[in-house]
Design a protein around this ligand. Structure first.
Ligand SMILES: NC(=O)c1ccc[n+]([C@@H]2O[C@H](COP(=O)([O-])OP(=O)(O)OC[C@H]3O[C@@H](n4cnc5c(N)ncnc54)[C@H](OP(=O)(O)O)[C@@H]3O)[C@@H](O)[C@H]2O)c1
Length: 249
């Protein structure tokens, strides 16, 4: 068990998928948790209920991370409930795939706004608290496609490549008291993946992955936990690939 007792974490997009797995795993390791979501209040409330049943404190905050006013409102709501924020997990992200030649300007803008501007706004707001406290951790949930291009996703790949550089820039500026690291997430077993890809496509992807399978949300949560804990105190500015080895092949 990694000790996060008395730490407060703010997790964007914590109502489902990888963000939910991170929220539950942080709570299981002693953290109090504020999760953000954008639309689905029922899903967010269910995560809060589950965390409270573990004996930890939890709140859900509705807001758009791409909007500065919304981020400031969420900060005020978190600080009304908890003393400070010790750990920020920039997890929320979206895909609006299209080819370069067909992509609408709105598809480009929205993906960059949520996946890159969102982490910038949240980090700017919450890092101020961490700098005052002379302590803090920021974990950015990126994707392996920030380093290896994927067809039909120039907006998504560029947003994640930008996030990887933002991780380095923030790490440089916020050192030595605040560490900033990221996870280059690969193909993850999820509802989304099962809806988008056929079993044949999943088998083909697994065949070119050295570890021959998709990852799990819990495996991402375990790495996020390490990056949020004192065990990673000597690491900053890194985006760790968690992709079954796909990037090396
Ligand atoms: N799943 C994969 O295989 C995979 C692979 C590589 C990287 N990733 C990255 O991992 C992260 C999580 O992915 P996921 O598949 O777990 O996501 P997901 O299941 O689609 O969940 C997305 C979460 O983000 C929230 N959200 C979306 N837009 C938001 C906004 N503008 N402001 C605030 N919250 C917003 C959603 O809230 P509502 O439900 O209320 O809208 C939801 O809680 C993303 O950054 C993604 O790029 C995932």
């Amino acid at each position: 068990m990694i000790e996060l007792n008395n730490k407060t974490v703010f997790i964007t997009g914590g109502s489902r998928g990888i963000g939910k797995a991170i929220a539950l795993s942080f709570a299981a390791n002693g953290a109090n948790v504020a999760i953000n979501y954008q639309t689905n209040s029922d899903a967010a409330k269910a995560v809060v209920t589950e965390i409270k049943s573990m004996g930890r404190k939890a709140i859900a905050l509705k807001g758009d991370i791409a909007n500065k006013e919304s981020v400031l409102q969420m900060r005020d709501q978190v600080l009304a409930r908890f003393e400070t924020v010790d750990i920020l997990v920039n997890n929320a992200g979206i895909n609006l795939d299209n080819t370069l030649l067909e992509m609408e300007e709105e598809q480009w803008d929205r993906v960059l706004d949520v996946n890159l501007k969102g982490p910038f706004l949240c980090s700017q707001v919450f890092a101020k608290l961490m700098v005052e406290n002379r302590s803090g951790k920021i974990v950015n949930i990126s994707a392996i496609t920030g380093a290896k291009a994927r067809l039909n996703a120039p907006n998504y790949c560029s947003s994640k490549a930008g996030l990887n550089m933002l991780t380095k820039c923030m790490a440089l500026e916020l050192a030595p008291n605040v560490q900033v690291n990221g996870i280059g997430v690969g193909f993850i077993e999820s509802k989304l993946v099962r809806e988008i890809y056929s079993q044949a496509q999943i088998d083909a992807a697994n065949a070119v992955t050295p570890l021959n399978r998709m990852g799990t949300k819990d495996e991402i949560a375990q790495m996020a936990l390490y990056l949020a804990s004192s065990g990673s105190d000597f690491m900053t500015g890194q985006t760790i690939a968690l992709d079954g080895g796909k990037i090396i092949g």
